[in-house]
Every structure is written in structure tokens, then in C-alpha cells.
Design a protein around this ligand. Sequence first.
Ligand SMILES: Cc1cc2nc3c(=O)[nH]c(=O)nc-3n(C[C@H](O)[C@H](O)[C@H](O)COP(=O)(O)OP(=O)(O)OC[C@H]3O[C@@H](n4cnc5c(N)ncnc54)[C@H](O)[C@@H]3O)c2cc1C
Length: 448
Amino acid sequence: MAAVVEELRDSLTGDVLVEGDREYERSRLCFNLLIDRRPAVIARCIDLDDVAAALAFGQARGLAIAVRGGGHNPAGHCAVDDGLVIDLSRMRDVRVDPEKRIAISQGGATWLDLDAATQAHGLVTPGGVVGSTGVTGLTLGGGIGHLTAQYGLTCDNLFAAELVTPAGEIVRASNDQNSELLWGLRGGGGNFGVVAQAEFRLHPLERVVGGRLEYEGERVATALRLVRELVIDCPRELSIQAQLTTDVSLAPQLVVVPCYTGESEDPEVLRPLRTVPGLVNDGVRRQAFLEQQRIFDPGYGVDRNYWKGHFVAELPDRLIDDLIGRMTALGRPPGGILIESLHGAPKDVDPASAALGYRDAAFNVSAMASWTDPAHDEESIDWARTTASTIEPWSVSGGYANYMQADEPIDRVRAAFGPDSFPRLQALKSRYDPGNVLHRNQNIPPAS
Ligand SMILES: Cc1cc2nc3c(=O)[nH]c(=O)nc-3n(C[C@H](O)[C@H](O)[C@H](O)COP(=O)(O)OP(=O)(O)OC[C@H]3O[C@@H](n4cnc5c(N)ncnc54)[C@H](O)[C@@H]3O)c2cc1C
């Protein structure tokens, strides 16, 4: 292998890591500590040519190939035992054109990279809520965050991309060139090539009214019902997420995170949530958007994670009560249940513009088991699966590809795109990756 790795080193401008190299251990790790894989070689690319060379090398040597952006996918698709990782963590440059209100982001940029670059000009594109998540990886699955109601899904703001196909071809996707591919990149994942550059529309925004509202005890159910009522006809200026957790004594807790971008310093729409009994901490205030982006800030490679959920058409009382009941079912804090509202701008967009099939859903509800002790693996995974089956009766459009584990059956992947989109995605796969070289993802097999 050593001679072969030298050959790769010679053909890259970036660097190559193998077992024993100082940075290998850190670079093989994902966000999810449940994933513990040892790649044969990690190619840290710095440009399109490097990506093409790495793709050619991996195929010529018959290595399984994984693509790594920000390393956050809970399924651990970015790492592969004994294979090749095309690591984009040295491709994180973000260029902003404030006049045109666009950002051009390299394939390995994180949300912190992109937000810092765009906020320097008082601009923003709607992204993920954790700064270390990969911009491209998140966009390829849709993208839900603090500005979804205002500006839509992240992929709705993607207007062009440049990628390297497994055959080494450099392809641009936009409304004018390869528009079917642009459609596929809006939700279809990393199935068609390695995206070296993603281009986003930007919107003016500097400050928001946001932060955490924390509730405890029996009033958690009331607060969650209020969130549900609020989004039915709330203004576009308000995005909202909620997370059920527990304290160590297993008393239920709810964290509601609003993000309001209207004029008011004290938005009337938030008053019911800020006055309801059971509120134990009101951290909502006017703050810079970059502060809002730090509300959820988990450590990288710290916890073991297993996530499973469903998009739902509604959040009925029975489901709310069942979800709260699930928080105590394990006999220890199980992690959380995340509820993301999809009201507002995602519904304005022509559904035919993107490959994803969940735009009509009201909420994305995800059981997110997290734990540290490997002895708890089985029961924590079981907790997430059972909690997801509690949500399933209200399911529409399957689950969220960005939160799926690697063990999801093909039917769930298919359902996430919808029956019309899946064959179209398969046709795109046949065109750009007929050998399914890029299969370490929520995989779309080529049309047979
Ligand atoms: C802590 C945390 C917070 C999150 N927050 C949000 C959130 O707020 N909103 C949301 O919608 N999702 C969120 N996610 C989910 C996240 O968007 C997806 O898991 C996404 O796949 C992560 O992308 P990544 O590049 O960080 O991950 P990686 O594991 O590096 O990549 C995942 C896969 O994406 C593909 N990929 C990544 N980059 C490229 C590229 N340049 N070219 C081609 N394919 C590529 C590859 O198939 C790769 O295997 C979060 C996940 C975590 C762990």
C-alpha cells in the first residue's frame, strides 16, 4: 500500500493521511462517536484537480470511496473502513459578492465559515443551526434552520453548483446548464459527484430576536401545544424549533428556540410563549444573527448518536403526550426529540424545483438518542426506533435524509423523495455515476 499511497501523494496538491500520521486519528473521526472506522487513506484535497485525481485513484485501486464535508452526517457516511476518504476540509473558502447578493462556497465549508463571510456584509442564507456542520452536505439533503420560515430551505437558495463526477468530468449545474442536475442536487444528496463549489442567494439580515425559552414539568405539554398553534398563522418573520429533553431526575424539559426577523424588539407573536406558566428561563433578546447560530453548540466526536424520525402533517395532542411519555421510557435521559416547523417560505416554492418530497409537511419530528457509554448502544438505538414508531402514524413523506442512519431501508429513502422524483433521480444517477461509485450516502441506485 505504501508505494500506492506515494503515487496518490504525487498526484495531489493537497495532502494524504494514512494510519500513523499525526492527523489521521482526528481526521477519521465523525461527529457521531458511534462510527469508528479506519480508512486506508484520507486524501485532503484542495481543488477540483485534486478531487478528480482522488476519484480516479480510488476507482483504479478498487477502493470504497467516501466523501467528507463537515463530518456531521449521523450515519457516518464520511468514513469508510479500508477505503478512500475524499476529505474536503481544506476546501473551505467562501467568496461573497455583496452587490449581486451571492456567496460561492467551497465544498468543505462549514456554516461558521459561510455565516462569518456573509455576515461581514450584513447578508445571510438560511442554513443549519450548528456552525461546524458542512454547508454542502446539509444543502444536498434540503436544509432546515433558524431562517426556514423567512427564506425557505437551504437548497431553495442554491442557484448553481460545480461538481466533479466519478468519471473526472467537471460539470456546472444551474438553471441554464444541466438544470435537471441542479434539481437533483436540491435534496438528492451526494449521489452525482463531489461538489467543489456551491452558489447561494443571500438576503439582508444582521440582527434577530432569538434565544432559548426553557420550560419544565407538567406545563411542557402546554408550551408545546402553544408552539403548534403559533405556527398555524404566524408571520413569515418567525422560524421556530423545539426540543424535548429531560433533567437527570427525568422531569421533562422543553427548549423552544424562536428566530424573529421583523422590526419589533418585543414581538407580540412571542408573548404567549413568554408568559405561559412553566417557563423557567427566558433567554430571548435582540442579538446578532451569529449569536443565534451559537445556541446549539454540541461538541464534535463526543457523544454516540442514533437518530430516526418522520415528517408529519400535524402535531395532535395525542402525539405530544406520547412524545413526552417517551422521554422517561428509558429510565435515564435518552437524548432529545427535535421538532422543526416547516411553515412559511418552504411552501411558497414550486415543489417541482427540488427533488425532495417533504415540503408540504408541517413539522419534522426526530428522535435523537445520544449517549456516551458503549454498553448503552442497543437500548439507546431501540429507544430511538420505538420513539420513531410512535411518530409514524402521522408520517408524511418519510424521514429526513440529513438525519437518517445508514440502516434505513430503500423504501424509506424512496419515500423521502416521493414516487415521482425517485425514478428521475435514478436517471440522473445513471447519467453521472452509473457505477454507483458514490454509494456511501442515502443511496439512489442507478436505473437498471
Ligand atoms: C450537530 C448536528 C447539527 C445538525 N444541524 C442541522 C440543521 O440545523 N439543519 C439540517 O438540515 N441538518 C442538520 N444536520 C444534519 C446535516 O445537515 C447532515 O447530516 C449533513 O449530511 C451533514 O453534512 P456534512 O458535510 O457535515 O457531513 P459529512 O458526514 O461530511 O457528509 C455527509 C454526506 O454528504 C455528502 N457530501 C458532503 N459534502 C459533499 C460535497 N462537497 N460533495 C458531494 N457530497 C458531499 C456525502 O455523501 C457525505 O457522505 C445536523 C447534523 C448534526 C450532527
